[in-house]
Design a protein around this ligand. Structure first.
Ligand SMILES: *[C@@H]1O[C@H](CO)[C@@H](O)[C@H](O)[C@H]1NC(C)=O
Ligand SMILES: *[C@@H]1O[C@H](CO)[C@@H](O)[C@H](O)[C@H]1NC(C)=O
Ligand SMILES: *[C@@H]1O[C@H](CO)[C@@H](O)[C@H](O)[C@H]1NC(C)=O
Ligand SMILES: *[C@@H]1O[C@H](CO)[C@@H](O)[C@H](O)[C@H]1NC(C)=O
Ligand SMILES: *[C@@H]1O[C@H](CO)[C@@H](O)[C@H](O)[C@H]1NC(C)=O
Ligand SMILES: *[C@@H]1O[C@H](CO)[C@@H](O)[C@H](O)[C@H]1NC(C)=O
Ligand SMILES: *[C@@H]1O[C@H](CO)[C@@H](O)[C@H](O)[C@H]1NC(C)=O
Length: 756
């Protein structure tokens, strides 16, 4: 509230003062001008309107009654005409020139002698603004004070006109002199020289010659052209400047003693002693103007409205007695000077500090983050290294090095991949790159840098104690190069569970071929089936015999036999079983293999042998011949395994019904018998009674040749030879008559359900 009031006052005061200053020239209810002449107090027209300190002079009168005449301001009691008045202590009046005129014979024909007294008034002749001038030659003009004493004068002489100096009043035909301070009386005199010779009279060639002497305002006189007074014979008046002051007291210090008499009435007004004569004058304080002789006559100057006087090139604010000028927002500098304001540097100190702090904080955070990242990276590298070592990478490297060092050796194209490479190849193991999922893990399709397409198997877990064994296995597998075995290109060991990189086989699995597509419908289906069987058997046989101890598959099934574009079989996942623990304690939960393919003997002994693979292969053979799934999931036979169904059918000699109708039709009875026999031997309960993989492969090959050419000698012989070589005796002894305990009674198969 108070603030608002003060604000209002601050706004209102200068306005009031300005309004007052417009009015406060004279006393209230007094005329403040006469015609166009302002009449400020202490001057005044009329009773009570002027300063009355016992001295006449401030009382003026204005005669505007003259028709067609401008109003005329005069000093009461003296009659002088005042043409201008200023509060700065000046007044202008007019004075007639003193004149002596002679006719051509030198007789004085006209004479005017002017006198003027301002004695006892506030006025004095201004010594600085006036001078005495004498015109005509030869002539001596001077003036005396009230007591008849000489005050000032000058002599003008006559010379031939060619020697005169035009435009100046320096003694030839015209002379001038200064007048002293304090002059209050003018009584002029012209010394009467006898008229000079006409030829030397410079200026006046008139028949009548006039000599003049007068006091004149210097400025006005200097403004006249050089010949304004030449040839003059008339009566004229010239302007004269008067200095006025309050002269009833000699100086300010004396005046201040009588407060009621003191003329400087306005608050804060200043008094200074008169420079001409005794007395003093007043002025408004700096920053104010108005009439200091009136109470409240000084008003604040609104400097902002008078930009030409009070320079301001910015935003101007008026204050009492002063003003402030500030640069517009957004700039700084000196608004009192032109172009003094400069656009601010937006980057202020505060902003600098804020920015600095922010940058500092950011940098330290960044550094922390960097250090953290480095730490994480080192940890990652360490982890990779530890995984690599843990997974037998060092051993594998040693083996590879020693192998490649051996004569004729080579890496076998086996490579240890970095995790980065495989990530890149599989587009960071993207879901759309998944080829399949299994109990062991996920298989991704990947494209290596050399644009080889590979299958990358990412296993779920691996037993810790297997590392050395794993490395060895990897090494052996890497050396395998068989057209019916999926090639192992390499592995990645710097991850917790090693990843294996295999050759990519494009045409899906045998499982899909049998159960999924229309493959079995084609004309060459039987031959293809036999060829696939033979090729798979060949691959297994090769693996069993290529190394010692033999490389066992452990999980032979149709899903692990891949087919390429030409339906060539490629056995996949060799040695996968070795990635799993063989610890008896864990076999119940971690047994490898697949239901329906699993060797019953392996289940009992936990000893994986080459005959385990033979058993599984027998199941595949059966699957190929019957076109049925190894475990029936629907129909009346639900839950029964294919092996048990077939075994029971063989027992009752109705196994033909179980076989695929096409197989039955296309295979001759002899071949069918041979095939059935082979299957029954493979799935024999006892491993010893099963044939070796090599024998199986050979018999299948023979069977295939026979099937291609059943009536040809070669085909028959082949079949005979195969039999004679490998199983004739058995064939004769055991012909389809199996001792019940030899065959796994899968009707009690629930005993062998596994949790996979
Ligand atoms: C005013 O001036 C006129 C002539 O100019 C004169 O006749 C008259 O008397 C003057 N009046 C006064 C009051 O002086
Ligand atoms: C004011 O008076 C002077 C003589 O003192 C005159 O020259 C001038 O023309 C006058 N101005 C006006 C506006 O009346
Ligand atoms: C000059 O004045 C005198 C006296 O008045 C007179 O006698 C004389 O004739 C005048 N001279 C001329 C040339 O007018
Ligand atoms: C003064 O008068 C004479 C004669 O009448 C004349 O020749 C001359 O030009 C005049 N001078 C000026 C400045 O008027
Ligand atoms: C002011 O005037 C008084 C008398 O009127 C005088 O005594 C005094 O010296 C003067 N002071 C100055 C500074 O002139
Ligand atoms: C002050 O001045 C007034 C009039 O101007 C006068 O009447 C009074 O006597 C003076 N007082 C003194 C102390 O001089
Ligand atoms: C007005 O203000 C300026 C600067 O703000 C200062 O230099 C000057 O002295 C002031 N004038 C007055 C009369 O206070």
């Amino acid at each position: 509230m108070a603030t608002i009031t003060i604000l209002l006052l601050l706004i209102a005061l200068p306005l009031l003062a300005a309004a007052a200053s417009a009015q406060l020239v004279a006393q209230p209810e007094c005329r403040d001008r006469c015609g166009n002449v302002s009449v400020p107090y202490p001057f005044g027209i009329g009773v009570g309107c002027f300063r009355d300190d016992g001295q006449p002079g401030f009382q003026l009168e204005c005669n505007d009654s003259g028709p067609g005449q401008p109003p005329r301001l005069t000093v009461v009691g003296y009659g002088y005409h005042l043409a201008a008045l200023s509060l700065q202590g000046e007044a202008r009046t007019y004075l007639r020139a003193t004149r002596h005129c002679y006719n051509s014979t030198g007789e004085l024909v006209d004479r005017v002698t002017e006198y003027m007294s301002v004695s006892g008034t506030p006025y004095l002749f201004s010594s600085t603004k006036n001078r005495l001038v004498t015109l005509g030659c030869p002539s001596l003009g001077y003036f005396n004070d009230g007591r008849g004493f000489y005050v000032s004068g000058c002599t003008s002489v006559c010379r031939p006109s060619q020697y005169a100096l035009p435009g100046s009043c320096t003694g030839v035909g015209c002379c001038q002199s200064a007048i002293p301070n304090g002059a209050d009386y003018w009584e002029s005199a012209l010394f009467n020289f006898s008229p000079g010779q006409q030829d030397t009279v410079v200026f006046n060639t008139n028949p009548t010659l006039c000599r003049y002497v007068f006091l004149v305002e210097t400025k006005w006189f200097d403004g006249q052209t050089s010949n304004s007074f030449v040839n003059r014979t008339d009566d004229f008046a010239v302007p004269l400047m008067l200095d006025w002051a309050v002269r009833n007291v000699g100086n300010c210090s004396a005046a201040r003693r009588n407060a009621t008499d003191f003329a400087c009435k306005s608050a804060g007004s200043r008094c200074f002693d008169a420079t001409n004569g005794p007395g003093y004058r007043c002025s408004c304080p700096k920053g104010y103007d108005g009439n200091p002789y009136l109470d409240g006559g000084c008003a604040d100057i609104d400097e902002c409205r008078r930009k030409d006087e009070y320079l301001c090139y910015g935003e101007c604010t008026n204050t009492p007695g002063n003003y402030t000028c500030q640069c517009p927002p957004g700039t700084s500098g000196d608004a009192y000077r032109e172009n003094g304001c400069r656009v601010n540097d937006k980057f202020t100190l505060a902003l600098k500090i804020v920015t600095g702090v922010s940058v500092g904080v950011f940098l330290s955070l960044f550094t922390c983050f960097w250090v953290y990242l480095g730490h994480q990276k080192r940890k990652l590298i360490k982890a990779k290294q530890s995984f690599f070592e843990h997974n037998g990478g060092v051993i594998l490297q040693q083996q590879m090095r020693s192998y490649s060092g051996a004569p004729g050796g080579g890496g076998g194209g086996f490579k240890i991949y970095s995790e980065e490479e495989l990530k890149k190849a599989t587009n960071n193991f993207a879901a759309d790159q998944i080829l399949g999922r299994g109990g062991h893990g996920i298989v991704y399709r990947g494209v290596l840098e050399d644009s080889t397409i590979v299958a990358i198997k990412k296993s779920k877990m691996m037993e810790e104690t297997e590392t050395k064994e794993f490395a060895r296995e990897m090494f052996i597998l890497s050396q395998i190069n068989h057209r019916n075995v999926v090639k192992l290109h390499g592995c990645c060991l710097e991850v917790e569970v090693p990843m294996l990189v295999y050759e990519y086989v494009s045409n899906g699995t045998l499982y899909h071929y049998i159960h999924g597509g229309k493959g079995l419908e084609s004309n060459t289906a039987l031959d293809t089936r036999l060829r696939i069987a033979a090729e798979s058997a060949e691959a297994l046989s090769y693996m069993h015999s290529s190394a010692s101890p033999p490389i066992l598959h452990g999980d032979v099934k149709t899903a692990n036999i891949l087919l390429d574009g030409n339906l060539t079989a490629k056995v996949a996942d060799f040695g996968a079983s070795k990635l799993a623990p063989s610890d008896e304690a864990e076999i119940a939960t971690l047994v490898q293999g697949t239901c329906g393919y699993l060797d019953p003997e392996y289940l009992m002994t936990c000893q994986l042998t080459d005959k385990s693979d033979v058993y599984s292969f027998g199941v595949i053979l059966l699957e190929l011949l019957t076109g049925k799934k190894v475990i029936c999931f629907d129909g009346p036979e639900q839950g029964k395994s294919l092996v048990s169904r077939f075994t029971i059918a063989v027992k009752t000699n109705r196994h033909d019904e179980v076989l695929d109708s096409r197989v039955r039709k296309e295979m001759g009875p002899k071949a069918l018998e041979e095939a059935t026999h082979l299957v029954m031997r493979c799935v024999s309960m006892s491993g010893e009674e099963r044939p070796t993989m090599k024998e199986v492969a050979e018999r299948l090959e023979a069977l295939r040749r026979y099937q291609q050419n059943p009536w040809g000698q070669a085909g028959a012989r082949d079949l005979e030879e195969g039999q004679s070589l490998h199983g004739r005796e058995q064939q004769h002894d055991v012909t389809y008559k199996f001792i019940p305990q030899d065959v796994l009674d899968v009707e009690e198969g629930s005993t062998y359900t596994f949790s996979l």
